[in-house]
Design a protein around this ligand. Structure first.
Ligand SMILES: [Ca+2]
Ligand SMILES: [Ca+2]
Ligand SMILES: [Ca+2]
Ligand SMILES: [Ca+2]
Length: 225
């Protein structure tokens, strides 16, 4: 939003005198450029504050635990602190983690995650993005089905089929609407008409090979570009 002041001092044309207009302060940036400039990044979390409560507040559910961890490897794309995720699955499902976002994500095209997988087939992650479609800043949940009742849920399944650190880039176009009967089935996470836009994100933790597994991996950064 552009804030500027135009103070007009107008000497009224009394007795037929010509009037003067003095412009005290001019806007320093082009208004058009300012309003159309798109942000280049939406940081979900880089965990560098060593904190899972303030920015962002992360929750976990099921048999999944999270903690911060010092990054020991040195690579140009790595920070100093990551989030470590531990889970144990039963019938493929372990649980998951999530965070409330309430962010305008309409201009972004890619989700980037920097992930450490300790081995091939360390686990699998179902990435869930919730798009507030009834403009109420809340993920409305159907209490019977325990599923969103008004908002789009878009998912992408990621298998940890590598060993070591990796920058994973997922085009948002590859996310699939998981509830064709709910929402408008369009990825439109803007904040028009009171919408929370991208209202929340969850990572559901799953087995990769066996029905029951011990799963562990780290995430250094999650962001949209
Ligand atoms: Ca909603
Ligand atoms: Ca939908
Ligand atoms: Ca939508
Ligand atoms: Ca980090």
């Amino acid at each position: 939003m552009a804030h500027f002041f135009l103070i007009l001092l107008v000497a009224l044309p009394l007795f037929g005198q010509s009037f003067t207009v003095e412009i005290e302060e001019l806007p320093t940036t082009n208004l058009n450029q300012t309003t159309t400039k798109k942000p280049s990044v939406l940081m979900v979390d880089d965990f560098e504050d060593n904190d899972l409560v303030t920015f962002r507040e992360w929750w976990s559910f099921g048999k999944v635990m999270i903690n911060t961890k010092k990054v020991t490897e040195e690579k140009p794309y790595l920070g100093e602190t990551s989030m470590i995720i531990n889970g144990s699955s039963y019938n493929w499902y372990a649980g998951g983690i999530g965070t409330y976002l309430n962010e305008d994500a309409q201009h972004f095209t890619t989700l980037k995650l920097v992930i450490y997988s300790p081995k091939l087939n360390a686990g699998a992650i179902r990435i869930e993005l919730y798009d507030d479609d009834n403009n109420n800043n809340v993920v409305d949940i159907d209490s019977d089905k325990q599923m969103p009742s008004k908002d789009d849920l878009l998912i992408y399944d990621l298998n940890l089929i590598w060993k070591g650190w990796k920058v994973v880039s997922i085009p948002l176009i590859d996310f699939v609407d998981f509830n064709p009967e709910i929402g408008d089935n369009i990825w439109n996470p803007n904040q028009l008409y009171g919408s929370g836009g991208l209202i929340q994100m969850q990572l559901v933790v799953l087995s990769s090979k066996y029905k029951s597994e011990t799963i562990e991996f780290e995430i250094d950064t999650i962001k949209f570009n």
